[in-house]
Design a binder for this molecule. Structure first.
Ligand code: BT5
Length: 324
């Protein structure tokens, strides 16, 4: 499909690299390739009597490199890669019916990234993972509500794999040192009691610098680089994430089993034990989050002693969310 090759500069790099390493005669043609590599962010040094050496590779999500590193069976085996797009979730919804399960839409930047409830999601160029995966679980739509937790658990595990500790704030935020580093937006299409598709959108602030975060978000948003004081190679995180997502998803897809996900969300929760504000239908109530039950609902004990399982709506952790 033509769109998969739409980021000309990004996609042709891998082939160029091979051409350079196998080329014996350094002529004007190779200098042209070297220049293209440099423009794309590679550092290339001339080595006397040998040719050229690539000394550093750019942190770009180059299709061929991702493809070669993937360990998944179906997630990310069909990829749409954009340099700039309004929203990967919106694009994924356009291809979700026709395309196979596991189809991945990703972009270097989103110009109209979406959060939940029509909120905006900041997605600056080349600094994060902005992606959406098409899923087609063959389960009762009534069992779909914990699916965002699946994304959260996969992000948690992928971060852990690259040495980053985080917490999960029910249902869709990943937190480091009290600030949000990643979010999940799931959008589904259900017809006649059948799930046509679920698009799981994941945004991770990877290498954002403090100046990439606007003033109004500074109290609640952060990036891995800001918290860890090191740059992260986005490809490694992405490949890890797709792998963890596929492992956790398979149990869910086949028999609706979400227990491993719930366990991860419980053990690494930024919500359990905290004072929370629950907003539903415009009304606010204060309580304490006691646990996450086996359905992925958060159990909240309100100030009047009444305990309720909350499966949707807003549960804000008091003291954690910048706006409280
Ligand atoms: C979310 O919404 O956390 C869901 C975010 C999903 C983003 C991904 S990126 C790829 C895919 N394509 C899309 O268009 N979206 C998905 P919510 O819980 O409603 O949080 C949104 C709120 O978080 C905003 O109102 C801001 O206050 C804050 N926010 C916006 N951008 C942020 C960022 N990059 N990092 C941290 N917080 C942010």
């Amino acid at each position: 499909m033509e769109e998969k090759k739409n980021t000309l500069n990004l996609n042709r790099n891998s082939t160029l690299k091979e051409e350079i390493s196998t080329e014996q005669n350094i002529d004007i043609g190779i200098l042209k390739y070297v220049n293209i590599l440099k423009e794309t962010g590679y550092s290339v040094d001339a080595v006397p009597e040998k040719g050229f050496e690539i000394t550093s590779i750019p942190d770009k999500l180059i299709l061929e490199e991702i493809d070669g590193a993937l360990t998944t069976k179906f997630i990310g085996r069909n990829i749409y890669h954009y340099y700039s797009i309004e929203s990967t979730n919106s694009r994924a919804k356009e291809v979700a019916i026709e395309d196979e399960e596991g189809t991945l839409v990703m972009a270097e930047e989103q110009t109209a990234g979406k959060g939940r409830l029509d909120r905006k999601w900041l997605s600056p160029l080349g600094k994060g993972i902005w992606m959406s995966v098409v899923l087609k679980p063959n389960i009762n739509p009534m069992k779909l509500s914990p699916i965002a937790l699946l994304g959260a658990a996969a992000i948690y595990k992928a971060l852990k794999n690259i040495g980053v500790d985080s917490q999960i704030k029910w249902p869709n935020d990943i937190i480091i040192n009290g600030k949000k580093v990643a979010g999940i937006l799931t959008e589904s299409n259900v017809e006649l009691n059948m799930i046509k598709y679920v698009v799981m959108g994941i945004g991770i602030n990877v290498n954002l610098e403090p100046e990439d975060i606007p003033e109004e978000l500074k109290s609640k948003a952060t990036s891995i680089k800001i918290e860890e004081n090191r740059s992260i190679y986005r490809r490694d995180l992405l490949v890890n994430l797709l792998d963890e997502l596929e492992k956790l998803y398979l149990d869910f897809k086949v028999n609706g089993d979400i227990s491993a996900v719930i366990e991860i969300c419980r053990e690494n929760s930024a919500t359990i034990g905290k004072k929370v504000k629950v907003t539903r239908g415009g009304r606010e109530k204060i309580g304490t989050a006691l646990d996450i039950n086996e359905n992925g609902e958060v159990m909240v004990e309100f100030t009047d002693g009444h305990v309720e399982a909350i499966f949707s709506g807003e549960v804000a952790v008091i003291g954690l969310d910048g706006y409280i």
